[in-house]
Design a protein. Structure first.
Length: 423
RNA sequence: GUGGCCGUAGCUCAGUGGUAGAGUCCCAGAUUGUGGCUCUGGUUGUCGCGGGUUCGAUCCCCGUCGGUCACCCCA
């Protein structure tokens, strides 16, 4: 690597092996979302910087890939999809019946120092329900996230949904006499409860007139008597999914825009960062697009889920199987006699037109070498075209069984071979 | 932004104050019409970069860049 260019820090190359893994993850995301009747959308990768600073404050710029374009516009590579979604939904909200059930798979960028589970570029699966205030929408999203995990092969021994509701804490703050302006600070303290030392948390809470013991007791009680949480839990219980969910009032999520239920997906035993997270954000569409529309959603990145899949034997095997199913050849045409190459090419073309996955050596090679190629590309059947043409040889590579037939009988013979193998 | 560890062949890594090795991968042959094995042969390194100490540095020292893990943050 003396010369040339490396990938930028935190960016990844996707060679065929890892690209196949990535696509298998995408396939799972997409199929589960579609199973829930969600429709796919996407937006620009580059947006006005203001779209992101508007809701979160200017300090967010530090973690943005942003620059001034040739038209003197301040632009940023998207760090998340929700603001874009809010704009889209607001702009054409009259064209779609509510509630909207939308999902997206796209690439995002955050200028952060990379570490395990976090890169500067990543793919994210976003699912949102807009125009529905009922907690049933939150439950639907949580169920979707659970089913995505199950589709990867995880079960209740591998992960848990930690569910909370910000209103539980905003009510708590109101009862404690915390001013409107300080509620955000209060939520930040709760969010950091597990990470900060108790003395630090106690000191911060004292500034708001709250005792740490009261907060701890409230969390320990575990049953916040929240109407919306009760509905969500009952909904999930009716689906038979309650075993995946636990109430954890320590979940607040860092984002300022959440207004109600919030949840995160955590692995059990590996101690990774959250696999997915989301919640209700009923004011954001109004803020971005000027249209009052309730909304809730969650996102799952490809990095943490990818790590978790690879580090869990059952899901790793499942992923490998999915990748294998997407690759490989039906047929490999061996050109044993170069003078018959035109006949071989004709056959390759016809088989491809039929829809088979077919490859053949581009350059002349020894027959043994060609069989190796067929093997490496995991072809099911090798076809030898040689001097004896129009007699052709078909060989089932996994079974090492060889048959010979005339060219005009090839289709029938192939059907017979595939039929026997496929069942 | 802060700190720990790391940086030697495409990959995984050994190694020594006297300008470097193994395995693997890749390529070719054994095997000029039959495949995952085996055997043989072969290519590649400015030992991350810059400076310092030294007769001499891949090795010691400083800096820097990159990687990794943790903290901060996490949309």
């Amino acid at each position: 690597m003396a010369k040339g260019f490396d990938t930028l820090p935190g960016f990844r190359d996707f060679y065929p092996e890892s690209c196949a893994v990535r696509n298998a993850i995408f396939d799972t995301w997409r199929s589960v979302a579609q199973r829930y009747g969600f429709v796919e959308y996407d937006g620009p990768v580059l947006e006005p910087t203001g779209l992101y600073t508007r809701k979160s404050g200017a300090e967010i710029v530090n973690q943005l890939f942003c620059f001034t374009d040739k038209g003197e516009r301040e632009v940023a590579l998207r760090p998340e999809l929700t603001p874009t979604l809010a704009r889209l939904a607001a702009a054409r909200q009259r064209e779609y019946k509510k509630p909207l059930r939308w999902f997206s798979i796209g690439q995002f960028f955050r200028y952060e120092k990379q570490q395990k589970g976090r890169t500067r570029e990543f793919y994210q699966f976003n699912c949102d329900i807009l125009g529905e205030t009922s907690p049933a929408a939150d439950a639907e999203l949580i169920a979707l996230s659970i089913d995505v995990m199950r589709a990867f092969g995880f079960d209740e021994t591998h992960f848990r949904i930690r569910l909370s509701d910000r209103r539980v804490w905003t009510d708590f703050a109101a009862r404690a006499g915390v001013g409107e302006a300080s509620v955000g600070d209060f939520l930040q303290i709760i969010d950091k409860l597990d990470r900060d030392k108790p003395e630090v948390s106690a000191e911060k809470l004292a500034a708001l007139g709250i005792a740490l013991e009261d907060v701890q007791a409230f969390i320990a009680a575990g049953d916040p008597q929240s109407e919306s949480l009760g509905i969500v839990r009952a909904d999930l219980a009716a689906r038979g999914l309650e075993r995946f969910v636990e109430i954890d009032l320590g979940i607040v999520r860092g984002l300022a825009y959440y207004t109600g239920a919030v949840f995160e997906v955590f692995d059990i035993g590996k101690g990774m960062r959250a696999v997915a997270g989301g919640g209700r954000y009923d004011k954001l569409v109004e803020l971005i697009g000027g249209v009052d529309m309730a909304a809730a959603g969650f996102a799952m990145g490809d990095v943490v889920i990818g790590d978790l899949i690879r580090e869990t034997p059952a899901t790793a095997a499942r992923l490998d199987a999915a990748v294998a199913a997407q690759s490989g050849l039906d047929l490999f045409i061996i050109v044993a006699d170069e003078t018959k190459r035109p006949e071989a090419l004709r056959m390759v073309q016809e088989l491809r037109d039929t829809g088979f996955r077919v490859a053949s050596p581009i350059a002349p090679a020894k027959v043994g070498k060609q069989f190796q190629m067929a093997e490496e590309q995991r072809a099911h059947i090798a076809v030898v075209i040689g001097a004896e043409y129009p007699l052709v040889t078909l060989k089932n590579l996994p079974l090492r069984l060889e048959t010979i037939c005339r060219r005009e009988d090839f289709d029938a013979e192939l059907t017979r071979l595939l039929g026997g193998a496929v069942g």
